[in-house]
Design a protein around this ligand. Structure first.
Ligand code: 3EB
Length: 340
């Protein structure tokens, strides 16, 4: 069941080597070397301190520990991949898509400056690449809720992101995740997916757009769209941003894990419903054709979250639970999705 193929249900039933424009799957960590050696692999991700380091430009170690047996995430396309490095940045591309990543050490804990540097590099690199359209970003930084009020590190991150980002207005914001790490290493990691053609950013009717959040959440509203619907011929699934138990702009069910989880699932469903207005062929609900990444603030919650999702018809093979900190202290869980 680990074969999550986003091109079509028929192709999903075919063998693992069938050509699909884009496939993302969780696989056993023992397959890392084989995945990196596959000429169609766009990116391979390891998680946490147990991941074995690799030097390949299409390998990235995400600094969050995973629940359960060691797994990797593998992105695979249907055309040969080239990869390399450009200054501090690494990239990997096929005929349709480009993955890139950058990690910037904070100087004296200045998360705003490190983030601005990362996003300036991203903006400069994309503008001179053949894949200028930013579809989706992932952002990981240490101690995300540290600091009071406008000194909070997440708020500083939001300022740095806007400072660095060029050529992206409200109408073209990428989908995103921004999560805190617990490893104490003051280094911001940003990775992203860009394409030759723009996608369509989508908002969630149940939520205020993040870029329109009121001032109480910080001086700079967060620059992301709730989801990105990529161009049909990109072969990419619906890219759902990190999604939490927020309705309107307010956090719901403080401290209550399963209620937050159900509210989060309602938000993810709302995004699917919104996307299906544009693309009715998308699956009507998350399931075996989805890939979900769940972030829990407390690692002791991981087993309950997995069990709850399985009960809702989402197989374990499609879910990775990571120990990560949501950027509002009252929120216990956040989920992002790739939805085919
Ligand atoms: C929220 O909905 C929760 O700043 O890039 C989710 C996804 C969140 C992305 C970001 C923040 C970001 O506001 C937090």
């Amino acid at each position: 069941m680990g074969n999550t193929n986003f091109s079509s249900p028929a192709a999903a039933a075919a063998s693992a080597s069938a050509a699909a424009p884009f496939q993302a799957r969780y696989r056993p960590a023992a397959e890392t070397a084989a995945a990196l050696a596959d000429p169609h692999t766009l990116a391979v991700f390891g998680f946490g301190s147990t991941a074995t380091p690799h030097t390949a430009a299409h390998w990235l170690q995400v600094p969050l520990n995973a629940h359960g047996p060691a797994r990797i995430e593998v992105w695979r396309g249907d055309s040969p991949v080239q990869h390399g490095r450009h200054g501090a940045l690494r990239w990997s591309q096929n005929q349709r898509l480009m993955f890139s990543a950058i990690e910037i050490d904070e100087v004296d804990g200045d998360i705003e400056a490190a983030t601005a540097q990362a996003y300036a590099a991203l903006s400069q690199f994309l503008s001179q690449s053949g894949y200028p359209h930013l579809l989706r970003t992932w952002n990981y930084l240490d101690a995300i809720t540290e600091g009071e009020d406008d000194d909070e590190r997440y708020r500083q991150f939001c300022i740095g992101r806007v400072r660095g980002l060029r050529g992206v207005d409200d109408a073209a914001m990428p989908a995103a995740t921004c999560i805190g790490c617990f490893d104490g290493r003051r280094r911001v990691q940003v990775y992203w997916l860009s394409a030759r053609e723009p996608g369509q950013p989508l908002e969630n009717p149940r939520q205020v757009s993040a870029y329109a959040y009121p001032r109480q959440y910080g001086p700079q509203s967060p620059s992301f769209a709730r989801a990105m619907l990529p161009a049909p011929d990109s072969g990419l699934p619906l890219l759902q941003s990190g999604t939490a138990a927020i309705v309107g702009h307010r956090s719901q069910h403080p401290g209550q894990l399963l209620l937050q989880l159900d509210e989060t699932l309602a938000n993810l469903q709302s995004l699917i419903d919104r996307a299906r207005q544009q693309r009715p062929a998308l699956a009507a609900a998350p399931g075996a054709g989805s890939l979900l990444k769940v972030y829990v603030r407390d690692p002791a919650d991981a087993a309950a979250v997995s069990a709850h999702l399985q009960q809702r018809g989402i197989p374990d093979a499609s879910v990775l639970v990571l120990h990560g900190e949501v950027c509002r202290a009252e929120l216990l869980v956040e989920i992002e999705g790739l939805h085919g």
